[in-house]
Ligand binder design. Structure first.
Ligand SMILES: [Zn+2]
Length: 247
């Protein structure tokens, strides 16, 4: 038996409702794996950064040790020269040794300055290091939470999704072939997957453009299939949403 336009519209709206539920499930789940992957990248990036800073800190500590050893060497040299000063034979020798002591003294000053600089660098880098460690901990706990969420959602929604898919298949059978092709094409082309939309606040709830009063009243008559002049979606009246909910 030939369906009335009203029956066709109801069947289309029902199919749309089921498809929208499936879309929502996929959307929620769809973003999670990406978020998990992003967090995994963040964690790996931070770990690399932390290793790099740690290596730089180790190098600075090594530089300080090297400078401290240089100072010890210079101090030993100074001691040696001072002993030699007591045994000099002439002024020329005295001047030469004094000059050596002076040079060693200057070397010590340079090393002490370097040690202070390295110390300052260590203090600054340590702050950066600690900040990166804290960031890493935060990202890791976000990652754990997201992974858990993904696992839960996947197991929870799989059953619901397969039930809805079965419902959609049944609903599809009640729709005339040409109308179904139009519906599928509209759904495919619409960003939000909506092919059948209701009037909401005098507008198309697919594109939010105003629907003229005469057109709205035609839609409410349910005698013709009417599409939005702006987006081409099939329009149904607000009442149909309520009827579908109570059905
Ligand atoms: Zn529209």
């Amino acid at each position: 038996m030939e369906q009335t336009v009203e029956e066709k519209l109801k069947a289309l709206y029902e199919l749309q409702t089921i498809h929208t539920k499936i879309d929502r499930i996929r959307q929620v789940r769809g973003e999670l794996p990406m978020e998990v992957a992003d967090l995994e990248d963040d964690v790996a990036g931070l770990e690399t950064r932390i290793q790099k800073i740690k290596a730089e800190l180790d190098d600075l500590e090594d530089d300080i040790v090297t400078r401290k050893n240089l100072i010890k060497d210079s101090q030993a040299n100074i001691k040696k020269y001072e002993t030699q000063l007591n045994e000099v034979k002439n002024n020329r020798e005295y001047d030469a040794i004094s000059k050596e002591i002076e040079i060693q003294g200057l070397d010590i000053q340079v090393s002490e300055k370097k040690i202070r600089e390295f110390g300052f660098e260590i203090a600054t880098k340590t702050q950066v290091y600690e900040k990166a460690l804290a960031d890493l901990e935060a990202r890791k706990s976000d990652l754990d939470a997201k992974k858990e969420e993904l696992g839960t959602i996947t197991s929870e929604t799989q059953k619901e999704e397969s039930e809805l898919t079965a419902q959609a298949e049944t609903a599809t059978k009640g729709i005339d072939g040409r109308l179904l092709i139009a519906y599928n094409r509209l759904r495919k082309n619409a960003k939000n997957g909506l092919a059948v939309v209701t009037i909401q606040r005098d507008s198309c709830s697919g594109c939010f453009n105003q629907i003229p009063p005469q057109r709205q009243s035609d839609i409410r008559q349910r005698k013709k299939i009417i599409v939005c002049e702006h987006c081409g979606r099939i329009l149904v009246d607000e009442q149909m949403a309520m009827e579908a909910e109570t059905a």
